[in-house]
Design a protein around this ligand. Structure first.
Ligand SMILES: NC(=O)c1ccc[n+]([C@@H]2O[C@H](COP(=O)([O-])OP(=O)(O)OC[C@H]3O[C@@H](n4cnc5c(N)ncnc54)[C@H](O)[C@@H]3O)[C@@H](O)[C@H]2O)c1
Length: 260
């Protein structure tokens, strides 16, 4: 699919990887609805200004992906703005750290509600429109933690494995409507998630500094000896949106850390 003139929704698009995806899609000529929690409005305004500097158009949409009525309104507002939705990127996601025996049940539910149910609800909201147009791309954000389990992030791993299963199931359903459904699995990208959640926990658990923990995880342990950038992830998403004959795939963008 040629992305010029297409319309994309990026959930969690205000900052981090979501912003990187929005920019890469905008560079290809897509208009982008930045759908995120109202609390992110300052970051979201910055993302929208960035898209406009790239010569494309963007709108801000408030959404909590855990609420189906809000997901439906997100799709409708995008159609009201530009008449169509060609691409949905289910990027909104959260993480919490802790061993299973101490992990709070409400934290488990919080992670599944956003990472898994949110992906389902946004896809459910956009599917009838894409089926009717017989055109569309859905790209879900999983993780290398969705390919192999890691201690300390069981709820997150579970959610990201689920996203891959959901991606394959939805790809089978939507194939007959010429809608592709794929996932991108990043490794280590320097965003809020790593800086504010993972690194403090690793540093506390291992007694090393946050900088050392990052160096170990994102450089030394990675075959390509560097972290991934939000641009790397955005380019993978844009590639999957352009590809006409790839569906049900989950592509690692991990610098080689995850090879299976
Ligand atoms: N950073 C990494 O290394 C990494 C690795 C693998 C996968 N991922 C995945 O990439 C995606 C983006 O993560 P990031 O690293 O940019 O983190 P981030 O915390 O910077 O961004 C997450 C975004 O999701 C939004 N969000 C959270 N809850 C929401 C809700 N209920 N409704 C709508 N939006 C909500 C946040 O406001 C934020 O804008 C996530 O799905 C994450 O699991 C990240």
């Amino acid at each position: 699919m040629d992305l010029k003139g297409t319309v994309a929704i990026v959930t969690g698009g205000a900052r981090g990887i979501g912003r990187g995806i929005a920019y890469e899609l905008a560079k290809e000529g897509a208009r982008v609805a930045i759908a995120d929690l109202p609390a992110t409005s300052a970051d979201r305004d910055e993302t929208i200004a960035g898209i406009k500097r790239l010569g494309s158009d963007a709108v801000a949409i408030d959404v909590d992906v855990r609420d189906f009525a809000q997901c439906q309104a997100m799709v409708q507002k995008t159609i009201d703005a530009w008449g169509q939705v060609d691409i949905l990127v289910n990027n909104a996601g959260v993480i919490k750290v802790g061993p299973v025996f101490m992990f709070a049940e409400e934290d488990w539910d919080f992670i599944q509600d956003i990472n898994v149910k949110g992906t389902f609800l946004c896809s459910k909201a956009v599917a009838p429109h894409m089926m009717q147009r017989r055109k569309g791309r859905i790209v879900n954000l999983s993780s290398m933690a969705g390919k192999s389990g890691r201690g300390g992030v069981s709820a997150y791993c579970t959610s990201k494995f689920a996203v891959i299963g959901f991606t394959q199931a939805l790809a089978e359903e939507m194939g007959q409507f010429d809608v592709t459904v794929n996932a991108v699995c990043p490794g280590e990208v320097d965003t809020y998630m790593w800086r504010e959640v993972l690194l403090p926990a690793i540093a506390l658990g291992t007694g090393v500094s946050k900088e050392e923990a990052w160096e170990q995880a994102a450089v030394k342990n990675v075959p390509l000896k560097r972290p991934q950038t939000v641009e790397d992830i955005g380019q993978a998403v844009a590639f999957l949106c352009k590809a006409d004959n790839i569906t049900g795939e989950s592509i690692n963008v991990t610098g080689g850390s995850e090879m299976h």
